[in-house]
Design a protein around this ligand. Structure first.
Ligand SMILES: C[S@@+](CC[C@H](N)C(=O)[O-])C[C@H]1O[C@@H](n2cnc3c(N)ncnc32)[C@H](O)[C@@H]1O
Length: 272
C-alpha cells in the first residue's frame, strides 16, 4: 500500500470513535440527496465503497426496506468496527463489513446490482482505477451512485492550512498531507471523463455548490475531512498548531463565522 493510503487509514482509525456524533446528521442529509436519484430495485445485492462507520450503508438498506444483501468495504478497520457494532445494535443481519481498498475491490466481476460511495472518491489517489473497479464488480445493467467533495470544496480552509504547514518545515508529513488534500479534488468535466473512461453509460452528473458559515472550532475539531493532517504531527506539537489554525480562521471570520465553500458532485451511471 502506498504511504498516502496508510496515512488515510490512520487518519480515519483515529477519527472513528467520534465520527457518528460529529458528522452523522450531515452524512445522512447527503445520503438523502444521493439516494433521491437512485433506483434501488427489488432486494438488490449492493456494495458501499468506503462505507466508513456504515451511515451510508444503513441509509441504503433503509431505502430498500431492508431487503437485499449488503456489503461495505473500507480501508480503516477502526471505522469498520464501529459499523459492525452499529449493525448489531440495529439488528441488521444481511450486511457484511470488510477491510479493503477501493482501488482493488476483493469481489468477483459482475457481483452487484448497485454500487454506492458517499463522501469518499476524493480520497482515492487513482480515481480512474477505483471507478473501473466499481464498474467491474457491477452486473450488466447495474447502477452506480456516488457523491464526493470536489472542485473548490473548503478551499478557504486548505489555504490557511497551507500557510501554517509552510511555517513548520520540520514536519514534512504535515505539508505532504495538506498538499494531498488540496490536490485530491476534481471537477465536473473530470468526473464525466472518468465515468466514461470506466465504461459507464447513461450518465447523470451534477454539482451542489453553496456557502457555509461555521465556527473555526467546528471545522478543526468536528469535520474529519478537514482534520486528516492531524495524525502527521507529534502529540506535543498538535495543540499549538490547532491553536494557530483556529486563530487564523477566526481572523478571517465574518460576524456569521468562517465562510467556506461547500461543493459536492453527485454522479450516476449504468453498466451496459
Ligand atoms: C468521509 S468518510 C465517508 C464514510 C461513509 N461513506 C459515510 O458516508 O459516512 C471517508 C471514508 O473513506 C475511507 N477511505 C479512504 N480511502 C480509501 C480507500 N482507498 N479505500 C477504501 N476506503 C477508503 C476512509 O477510511 C473513510 O472511512
Amino acid at each position: 500500500m502506498e504511504p498516502d493510503k496508510r496515512r488515510m487509514e490512520r487518519a480515519y482509525d483515529a477519527q472513528a470513535p467520534g465520527y457518528d456524533d460529529a458528522v452523522g446528521r450531515g452524512i445522512r442529509a447527503l445520503m438523502r440527496q444521493l439516494l433521491g436519484d437512485l433506483d434501488v430495485g427489488e432486494a438488490p445485492v449492493a456494495l458501499d465503497v468506503a462505507c466508513g462507520t456504515g451511515i451510508s450503508t444503513f441509509a441504503l438498506i433503509e431505502k430498500t426496506g431492508g431487503k437485499g444483501e449488503f456489503h461495505g468495504v473500507d480501508i480503516s478497520e477502526g471505522m469498520l468496527e464501529v459499523a459492525r457494532r452499529s449493525a448489531e445494535a440495529r439488528g441488521i443481519k444481511n450486511v457484511r463489513f470488510a477491510k479493503g481498498d477501493a482501488e482493488n475491490l476483493d469481489y468477483p466481476d459482475a457481483t452487484f446490482d448497485i454500487v454506492i460511495s458517499n463522501m469518499s472518491l476524493q480520497f482515492f489517489p487513482d480515481k480512474q482505477r477505483a471507478l473501473s473497479e466499481m464498474h467491474r464488480v457491477l452486473k450488466p445493467g447495474g447502477r452506480l451512485a456516488i457523491l464526493f467533495g470536489a472542485g473548490p470544496m473548503f478551499q478557504e480552509v486548505w489555504e490557511v492550512l497551507e500557510v501554517v504547514a509552510a511555517g513548520r518545515p520540520e514536519h514534512p508529513g504535515f505539508t505532504a498531507s495538506v498538499e494531498e488534500i488540496k490536490a485530491m479534488h476534481i471537477n465536473l468535466d473530470d468526473t464525466e471523463a472518468l465515468m466514461e473512461g470506466a465504461g459507464f453509460e447513461r450518465l447523470h452528473v451534477y454539482a451542489r455548490h453553496r456557502l457555509t458559515y461555521s465556527e473555526p472550532e467546528f471545522i478543526i475539531h468536528d469535520i474529519p475531512y478537514a482534520g486528516c493532517w492531524k495524525i502527521t504531527l507529534p502529540e506535543d506539537v498538535l495543540p499549538e498548531v490547532v491553536d494557530e489554525i483556529t486563530e487564523r480562521l477566526t481572523e478571517k471570520g465574518t460576524g456569521k463565522g468562517f465562510r467556506a465553500t461547500w461543493y459536492v458532485i453527485l454522479a450516476y451511471g449504468t453498466k451496459p
